[in-house]
Design a protein around this ligand. Structure first.
Ligand code: ATP
Ligand code: MG
Length: 485
């Protein structure tokens, strides 16, 4: 198969990569575009980065680049990898290599250069990641990658047992590729994962979290997450390094009890896990939202939360607050970005209780939530995210979304746009108030009063109205003061 036409018509990065391949062959070296970029190109996906493998050694890579006026950075020279920058676009150019593995769960113990293309490709994880394109645009397929791509299958290169024993991260990568591409895992992968779960302990929490987050953000997230859960990967521990000492931390065992967890059938047609996964796939692919959807019902079914109503249906009163506490612990331990984690905890805690559609209830509800944020922008963003969670949660239930939801969302959005919830949103500034009242805590107190009166519909948020109200307030204060003298 020749991909020359696709390359020339297609992505600029790939066209430039082909120019690099030609430069290397003109200097007597073999060079190929390899891995993810070839896979993605064949699937009609724009590649995110283009990797090149070559028979040239690092210093030879630098010499070829210098002859063509391309800058280089020796990012991974120790691993035979040089970044070649062409028209501002970086390409990872890596010397063919063979790897040997030892005790470490991820890193090779020995890397050998000066080997053949076939050796380099045989160290790669999955057949669909071994495809290469040469300078003429011809595909090189030594491990049946094309057939697996055609059949949408993720299959290890060689024996998956050996490959997972070498590098345990490949088990998470398999789940992640299944989630990104919507592919099935080859049958041989399941027993191989079961046999190597204990190797996960040696993986760093950062690497594991990175694969989980990439899976979460993928189009078919449910597929990857379900594999991670049912295979036992989420039930393992991984390694965290603090002050140069290793300790071990659970990955996500708190999700496991959701699997096949019965729910109240009046509202739910899915068990706890399938509902969770459906919510994840219904929410936009943003890290905060996807984590929130994954963890929103984590408190369900837990001791002290799970109960039973008169109709014999399961109940989970308080699962939102309990789940938020659990989410906080999980996200901290997995070292998820602190801002993301904080918002996720808030979303989980608030995912059960929206306001009534009437204005009074909406204002009360928003006022309470405004206290938890510093600025109108932060509040508006959090509320938008909460409605995304309500929507995804609702779409994953028996009744989907009802009219009440749309009306509630509209009422909250209108109210947020029309009314001030923070002093900065008042039509007069703190300085305006201070120049009449004098600086001090009385300024903040009056701002609070103004906000309440505006929200209750008793005062307009205009400069004239607020200055008039301020004048009345100052007058009254003076009268009281003179009476007290
Ligand atoms: P993407 O960049 O979209 O995540 P990718 O396939 O390019 O996908 P990378 O992590 O960028 O993945 O790795 C580039 C290539 O290196 C892969 O296609 C694969 O051939 C090989 N590779 C990466 N990580 C491993 C690993 N842990 N074990 C074996 N081969 C690997
Ligand atoms: Mg890549």
């Amino acid at each position: 198969m020749n991909l020359g036409w696709l390359i020339d018509k297609g992505v600029r990065d790939i066209k430039q990569a082909r120019m690099i391949l030609r430069a290397f062959s003109a200097s007597g070296f073999q060079a190929y575009i390899v891995g993810g970029a070839v896979r993605d190109l064949l699937l009609g996906i724009t590649p995110t980065d283009v990797d090149i493998c070559t028979s040239a050694k690092p210093e030879e890579i630098m010499a070829v680049a210098a002859r063509h006026g391309w800058n280089t950075e020796a990012v991974g020279a120790a691993f035979g990898s040089i970044m070649v920058i062409v028209n501002g676009q970086p390409y990872d150019v890596t010397t063919f290599r063979r790897e040997e593995y030892g005790l470490d769960s991820h890193r090779p113990s020995k890397v050998e250069w000066g080997v053949r293309l076939e050796d380099d490709l045989s160290r790669r994880d999955f057949t669909i990641n071994t495809l290469c394109i040469d300078g003429n645009g011809d595909i090189i397929d030594l491990f049946g990658g094309l057939q697996d791509l055609r059949h949408s299958i993720i299959r290890a290169v060689g024996d998956p047992c050996v490959r997972f024993a070498e590098d345990a991260l490949r088990m998470f990568r398999a789940a992640r590729f299944a989630a990104q591409l919507g592919f099935a895992l080859d049958r041989s992968i399941y027993p191989a994962v079961a046999a190597h779960l204990q190797r996960v302990r040696g993986l760093s929490v950062e690497r594991v979290r990175n694969e989980i987050e990439r899976t979460l953000l993928a189009k078919y997230a449910g597929r990857g997450l379900t594999f991670m859960l049912t295979s036992g990967l989420l039930n393992q521990e991984c390694r965290q390094r603090q002050a140069q000492r290793d300790s071990y931390t659970p990955i996500l065992p708190e999700l496991c009890h959701l699997y096949r967890l019965p729910q109240n059938s009046r509202y739910h047609h899915l068990d706890g896990w399938r509902h969770t996964v459906s919510a994840v796939e219904h929410i936009p692919a943003n890290l905060t939202l996807r984590w929130a959807a994954l963890l929103h019902d984590i408190g369900k079914g837990c001791p002290g939360i799970r109960g039973c109503n008169e109709a014999g249906q399961p109940t989970d009163y308080g699962h939102d607050k309990a789940g938020a506490a659990m989410a906080g612990v999980i996200l901290k331990r997995l070292k998820v970005d602190r801002e993301v984690a904080g918002r996720v905890v808030w979303l989980v805690a608030n995912h059960m209780h929206g306001p009534q559609e009437n204005l009074k209830s909406v204002v009360k509800w928003l006022r309470k939530r405004a206290k938890e944020f510093y600025s109108p922008e932060q509040l508006a963003q959090a509320i938008r995210q909460l409605f995304e969670l309500y929507r995804a949660d609702g779409l994953a239930t028996r009744h989907k979304l009802n009219r009440r939801f749309t009306e509630m969302e509209q009422a909250v959005t209108d109210c947020l746009a029309a009314l001030p919830f923070y002093p900065v949103q008042l039509a007069i500034s703190g300085g305006d108030i201070a120049s009449s009242l004098g600086a001090g805590p009385q300024v903040g107190e009056l701002q609070k009063k103004f906000l309440e009166r505006i929200q209750a519909g008793h005062l307009e948020n205009t400069k004239e109205a607020l200055l008039a109200a301020l004048a009345i307030y100052c007058n009254r204060r003076q009268k009281i003061a003179s009476r007290l003298e």
